[in-house]
Design a protein around this ligand. Structure first.
Ligand code: NAD
Ligand code: TYD
Length: 345
């Protein structure tokens, strides 16, 4: 079998490609990625000599490039990770989110359908459901109520996938996962950003009161869930994926500081994110009951392991934190943090 993976040079996509090549030698991969600021070919260096992994640099919204790729490689299935993925960036400028996430998904759906792919999987997010109060869980029946431009673009893409199923009979499925952590995550997201700042002795910017809740899932568990849904779910189905692992941000930050043996005085409460979703939490009973999937990793051991990975790959973090990323960092946090002198505890 041959599958097209989009966004396979990003955080989750590269973890997925590496996992699949390890576990399923019978599945070959065409990996399409535009290599935006978040895409890093270095993540895939172990596959440089692998004839069953072909990398194509292209924009998923570029119909001609997709037509050429499908004609040349004729993939049997598509797993669509490629997206602009960071909420704070979408607040600063929503346009790339509409172009890449909404238009990109429609172009990919159109070309995949024209070329008769047997299965299409849309990698979505729990953020399409909006925000929870203190109680309750998102189920697959929770109405879509996205709050950030990022979440709205992902919800729009999900609806385009559902429309392709309903109108054109495309065999497509959607997964909606909670927050991921693990190796190769771009250090703009909470966990790798806080590790990088703590190591440099810089302030750790916690938004608002830090009591927002996220359900953290190790990226390897997300990848195994995606593969289970891709292989075995019924056409048209939607699956939530979650870790049953709710944490307040401030508690995650304190846990990381303690693992890194750095003082809590590095914590700096900063202005809250506009429209900040208070709590995400997932009911993942459907994927457990239908497909027998459950998370294999526990946060208590996988978070320290993740921290060790970043400690052992400081050169990786430094390279991805250079250039365009620094311009963004300054726009988001201002000189207050970007220019604050590093101080070791
Ligand atoms: P990421 O930002 O690390 O990677 C995104 C990748 O997509 C990059 O390699 C980038 O170059 C590529 N890309 C962006 N626009 C493209 C385009 N127009 N054409 C081709 N490639 C393009 O993101 P991630 O965290 O790995 O997320 C992957 C997917 O999983 C996204 O669809 C995201 O919405 C979803 N998701 C992420 C999380 C999470 O916690 N990170 C949770 C649930 C769902
Ligand atoms: P993030 O990793 O951006 O994921 P998402 O917004 O998609 O859930 O953020 C996770 C949580 O951490 C979220 O509640 C926002 C918060 N956060 C901070 O407090 N400070 C930061 O610098 C960042 C990036 C996030």
């Amino acid at each position: 079998m041959k599958i097209l993976v989009t966004g396979g040079a990003g955080f989750i996509g590269s973890n997925f490609v590496l996992m699949l090549r390890r576990q399923r030698p019978d599945v070959s991969i065409v990996n399409l990625d535009l290599l935006t600021y978040a895409g890093n070919l270095e993540n895939l260096k172990d596959l440089e000599d692998d004839p069953a992994h072909v990398f194509v640099r292209a924009d998923v919204a570029d119909r001609e490039a997709l037509e050429a790729l499908f004609s040349e490689h004729a993939p049997d299935g598509v797993i669509h990770f490629a997206a602009e993925s960071h909420v704070d960036r979408s607040i600063l400028d929503a346009r790339p989110f509409v172009v890449n996430n909404v238009l990109g998904t429609q172009v990919l759906l159109d070309v995949a359908r024209k070329h008769g792919v047997a299965r299409y999987l849309q990698v979505s997010t729990d953020e399409v459901y909006g925000s929870l109060g203190a109680d309750g869980l998102f189920t697959e029946e929770t109405p879509l109520a996205p709050n950030s431009p990022y979440a709205a673009s992902k919800a729009a893409a999900d609806m385009l996938v559902a429309a392709a199923v309903h109108t054109h009979g495309l065999d497509a499925v959607i997964t909606r996962c909670s927050n991921n952590y693990g190796p190769l995550q771009f250090p703009e997201k909470l966990i790798p950003l806080m590790i990088a700042n703590a190591l440099e002795g810089r302030p750790l910017p916690v938004y608002g009161d830090g009591r927002q809740v996220r359900d953290w899932l190790h990226v390897s568990d997300h990848c195994s869930a995606i593969w289970a849904v891709f292989e075995r779910a019924a056409a048209g189905s939607v699956y939530n994926i979650g870790g049953n692992n709710e944490w307040e941000n401030i508690e995650v930050v304190k846990l990381m500081l303690s693992e890194l043996d750095r003082p809590e005085s590095l914590i700096s409460f900063v202005k809250d994110r506009p429209g900040h979703d208070r709590r995400y939490a997932i009911d993942a009973s459907r994927i457990r009951d239908d497909l027998g999937w459950e998370p294999a990793r526990r946060f208590e051991e996988a978070l320290p392991e993740t921290i060790r990975w970043y400690l052992e790959h400081r050169a990786w973090s430094e390279r991805v934190r250079s250039g365009a990323y620094l311009d963004y960092y300054e726009a988001q946090y201002g000189a207050r943090i970007a220019d604050s002198p590093p101080s070791r505890p």
